[in-house]
Design a protein around this ligand. Structure first.
Ligand code: F6P
Length: 543
């Protein structure tokens, strides 16, 4: 039984949190730090190799206590335990939510519908490892007997963003002899540009789709197959160049991919929670089975922390309640994730799906409308690039944007003293956002009076600074699991189902209706705007 829905905003805990927010609204981080010299020590937590300093948040001990009470009122722990036990907490799809089982140790046991899923997980992992080793070792060859040099992952959303992000993040750990490319968009330019320069004899396509019916993926997969056959002619043996990852083994076979070259997963793995399932096959080929297992170990370490640490010390819970605090009581609409690591340049893209597809909801689990805010807009790019673009708005704009800074003690690659420069910047940004610069300080520097308002920094902008030893498979896994569970905590507090995504359906259905209308002269019965746009397209394509 999934935990019952609570009218969370009608609870005394919600009211108490709101009162604390009102009390602290005009309190500056400068005052909070001045009043409490141990603040940074007390408000730093370490878990699974990740250190998080959350002292630069607009909270004090009483406010935090109220937020943990709110999490308890929402039964975050009960909900978490139900998820970890394999209960069907995705009620609108009648599914368990068990991405944590993907990294469970071999000797664990998690039962869904009377069946222990852990042996199945390890059976697929072992098959993936054997396959990855064959590709990496050159034993798996294409139609003409030549080894594979490029792996092209064809997938979209959760079947693309995770492996794409992780492949980039872990580039220093990847086999330089095998390149991975990622094709997702139904825009033919995506496939065309990714096929440029490829030698078909040495190319392997992984068609990754949970459902194996997604328009973008199936269209690209068919076009890739046509390309392969056109390139190799009579020599083309499609089975040697196509493998699949899916839960829909029937559709895979229909497409013509050998079941022996198909890697399954299960309906209890949500698309956006699937990157450590067989969906990560391209990544495993790139970094090797041992690297992939390290990634799983990092995720598992966070799972264990999330499952057992008291809420007050529980990093995903702390992140979750702080996000709720700003979203509900400080009118924050967005949340910036700013990694100071070039190799994490796709990390925020990945988090966007994870967070916004999970918690972009307007009804509670029981179908009643929420009358409070839910998931934030998640955005960001790696530092220091953003500093020369949009940080201006975070520092001096009119919107409150809580920030996650992610800093590393060691770079992936040492280049002179550049890592010191990078680290100085992330620390400086967190400091500047929190403490700002008063008009008095600006004036004391001799700035002309008319420029003082322009050069004043209000500060009081909250941030968490994560400090990670180094970007490795293990720490990347830990970071991903951390955000997965943070999203979970927030969804539990908001009483929503974080695991369905009905909001993507309407656009998909309308597109299916519009497709034939673009190439025929059929009667149009959309609104006047859509009708006019279709006519304009028809005219351009026929002229
Ligand atoms: O349209 C949204 C979505 O269903 C995502 O949730 C999912 O990750 C993506 O499409 C791809 O789906 P599939 O893996 O079934 O191709």
């Amino acid at each position: 039984m999934s935990p019952k829905t609570v009218e969370i905003d009608a609870t005394p805990e919600w009211a108490a949190a709101a009162e604390h927010a009102a009390r602290l609204r005009d309190t500056h981080l400068r005052d909070l730090f001045a009043a409490d010299t141990d603040r940074a020590d007390r408000l730093t937590v370490e878990a699974a190799g990740l250190v998080a300093d959350y002292s630069k948040h607009r909270v004090d001990a009483a406010a935090l206590e109220a937020l943990f009470a709110l999490a308890r009122a929402a039964d975050v722990e009960g909900h978490r335990d139900a998820m970890l036990r394999g209960e069907k907490i995705n009620t609108t799809e009648d599914r368990a939510v068990l991405h944590t089982a993907l990294r469970a140790p071999r000797d664990a046991s998690i039962v869904v519908d009377g069946e222990d899923v852990v042996p199945q997980v390890h059976e697929v992992l072992d098959r993936m490892a054997a396959f990855a080793d064959r590709v990496r070792g050159g034993e798996w060859t294409g139609s003409t007997g030549r080894r594979i040099r490029t792996v092209v992952n064809i997938g979209i959303g959760g079947s693309d963003l995770g492996p794409r992000m992780a492949y980039q993040a872990l580039e220093p750990y990847a086999d330089p002899e095998i390149a991975c490319r990622f094709v997702s968009n139904v825009d033919g330019d995506d496939l065309a540009s990714n096929l440029k320069g490829l030698d078909a004899e040495q190319t392997l396509f992984i068609v990754a789709s949970k459902t194996f019916t997604t328009l973008e993926t199936m269209t690209n997969a068919r076009a890739a197959r046509d390309w392969l056959v056109a390139q190799l002619g009579e020599k083309a043996d499609v089975a040697k160049h196509f493998v699949a990852v899916s839960t829909n083994l029937g559709e895979v076979e229909q497409f013509g991919i050998d079941p022996a070259n198909t890697f399954g997963f299960w309906d209890w793995v949500g698309g956006r929670y699937s990157f450590d399932s067989a969906i990560g096959l391209s990544l495993m080929v790139a970094i090797g089975p041992d690297g992939f297992r390290e990634l799983l170990a990092g995720m598992r370490a966070v799972d264990e922390h999330f499952a057992s640490a008291p809420l007050e010390q529980n990093l995903p819970v702390i992140m979750g309640v702080l996000g709720v605090w700003y979203r509900e009581f400080f009118d924050a609409q967005s949340h910036a994730v700013l990694p100071y690591a070039h190799y994490l340049s796709r990390f925020t893209d990945y988090l966007q799906q994870l967070d916004m597809e999970s918690n972009g909801k307007r009804v509670r689990r029981d179908g009643t409308p929420v009358d409070y805010q839910t998931g934030p807009i998640v955005w960001g790019t790696p530092g220091t690039n953003g500093q020369h673009a949009y940080y201006q708005l975070i520092h001096q704009g009119t919107t409150l944007i809580p920030v996650d800074f992610i800093a590393f003690l060691h770079p992936a690659e040492e280049v002179g003293d550049q890592h010191d420069l990078l680290t100085a910047n992330v620390l400086a940004q967190a400091e500047a956002l929190a403490f700002g610069k008063t008009a008095e300080q600006v004036a004391a520097e001799g700035v002309a009076p008319e420029l003082v308002p322009h050069r004043t920094f209000p500060g009081n902008h909250p941030s968490t600074t994560f400090v990670v030893e180094k970007l490795t498979p293990r720490t990347l896994g830990a970071l991903v699991a951390l955000y997965e569970h943070k999203v979970f905590v927030q969804g539990a507090i908001w009483q929503i189902n974080s695991f369905d995504q009905w909001g993507v359906e309407l656009g998909k259905a309308l597109a299916q209706r519009i497709v034939p209308e673009l190439s025929t002269d059929s009667e149009l019965s959309h609104d006047s705007s859509t009708n006019a746009l279709i006519r304009r397209y028809r005219a351009a394509r026929r002229s």
